[in-house]
Design a protein around this ligand. Sequence first.
Ligand code: SF4
Length: 392
Amino acid sequence: MTSPVVLRRCQDYDTAEPVLQEVLEASGIARDLQGARRVLLKPNQVMGLPPERCRTTDPRFLVALTRVLQRRGIEVLVGDSAGLIGFTGPVMQATGVQEAMERQGAKVVSLDVGPFRLLPPSGRPPVALFVSEVLFQVDGVLSVPKLVTHPLMGLSLSLKNLMGILPGALKPSLHVFRPGRDALAEALLDLHRLSAEAGVQWAGAVVDGIWALGGRGGAVPPSPRYDFGLVAGGRDLAAVDLACAVAAGFSPGELPLCRQAMRSGRGPASLEDLALDGPDPRSWGPPLERPGEDWAERTTWSTRVYYFLRSRLVRPAVDRTRCRGHQRCVAVCPVSAVSRQGGRTIIGRDCVRCLACVEQCPEGAIGLRSPWPLGFLYRRRIRGGLGRPDRS
Ligand code: SF4
């Protein structure tokens, strides 16, 4: 039997605060966070769409959760690395999270900025990932995903949400190294375990399912929005995901993350193994429309090609007229790809496009470049996911 998974009905974001308080208390998360000074909320900020498009964690949900934590004397940080590579700041503005959280007195952080900590390599071939030091500087991290369908993983929930702790292009690169549903699921479970072993204090998950998205699940219609009325929380991410999957009308065995967690013993074996608190998820309501299949994720080779191209969509480039030689980029680069040669800043081939140098240059001398012929893909992605970029 796992730690409790709490499910509550909540039809309206304006009434979410007392519901969230109850979820944190009944799940044991509040007890675990007793005495915590700082907590990081990790929402889903995959692309820059407004809350009514229902693709990202709603800012009203994050504000309500922040209020509950602040009343306990906890300082709240909100951080993510957006799926729109290089645009985490603008994405947070477009989703309304930046303004709402700052108004609430929370600190918004980009997980692209660095410095980073390297995690031990895992899997075959071994892949070494790195994550922001911010994750280690707080007393608890809560995964706060949006309940949304996903072409590759069926549903995007609290474990899938961990993808956003990887900076910049490490996200598409993980798809290249681990193409296919089960391989990616295994990599995400490893990311959770390895980050916890390295010192990240995962406090649990709180799922925003008040509005949920079905169908394709992305920015591409048709993606029907549901008044799903679900708030779910618990200390065990895999258990929370399993309960939400059942509520959404999925069998856990058909979802790669639930399946891999079950197989490897890192998650509950079935719904019967959960200590449920709340309505039976099997009778939650009409199931979400299935996501269908995405051409890019149909076969291993198409996944590899697509995500390889995505990981190459942007690269950092130095504007020599603005560079003053501060060497902040040299210090922050996690793979030592930046050097100074003959008074010039050079970015080498080892660059993994985390984009920390772009974020940290005090002169704004490192910008984003998109190599021809991928520029059109980049522009299309920006247009699709974020009305207007404020940086080129
Ligand atoms: S050079 Fe590449 S790997 Fe190094 S900090 Fe910049 S983007 Fe990251």
